[in-house]
Unconditional design. Sequence first.
Length: 278
Amino acid sequence: MKECEHYNLPQGQEYRVWSKAILRQKVGHDQVLNDYLVEDGHYSINQKTLALYEFQQQPLLGKYKSVIFDIQAGIILSYNSTRSLFTAFSKECLLAGLEFQREFARKINLKSHNTIATGRLAYFSTRSYNSGNIDWVALHQMVAFQPLNLSAVAFKTVPCADSDYVFAFDNCSRYISEQIDNGLFYNHALYQLASVHLERILGWHVTATKGKSLIDQPEYFHPHEPLTNLSLKHILVNLLDKKQQRYGHYLANFYEFPKLVESHRIIRQISQRPDTLY
């Protein structure tokens, strides 16, 4: 990832550390901060996203459901919740969507769902993203993290033009440190899986990228489970099978006819076009 030239965020020591409480204290009251505030009802998660704070339950200034820090765009005041922002990201940007993310986590025996990753981008939620509206941080933009207590953590950004920022989060999972480690391993494992598929199977040349962020720090890449038996193709095929099985069960429940499950399986099996040239 190309190093950023600067952060389009307020400078000075008093603007270096951020948290949900600090946002409530400063937004709408600090004149310097006003130059960096942007209302945006159509913001999209992207690689320049740094962190997202949710205000769904108690909207900021009575109307904003989330606040997003973006390297280029500044501080985004959004009418959309963090949940809706990442739902849109998963639908528009993720190949095979969130279901693939969950399936891949299951394949490498990670039970918690805290990370949405692509191999070069990794977004980490401070509680399981099944919990709903929660805070998020972009691990690919962070260089370090430090637990503050049992349920709080702070992340430090990669320095840009001699500037860096700290994003603090409370009300986190009590296993936050372990889950960050797992999230970084998950992202690395996905990168390895995609690289093998592109290089060995499809003949692409994948250039190894070495950055300064957490996702490039090898101490987090210890294998939880062997990755040698994993295949991107097989995971996607298994995922499609599960979707079809779920559809068969929904159909049987809707018509209150349990035998439809087996009928659906047989029909799907015999209707599959084989992967042959003929």
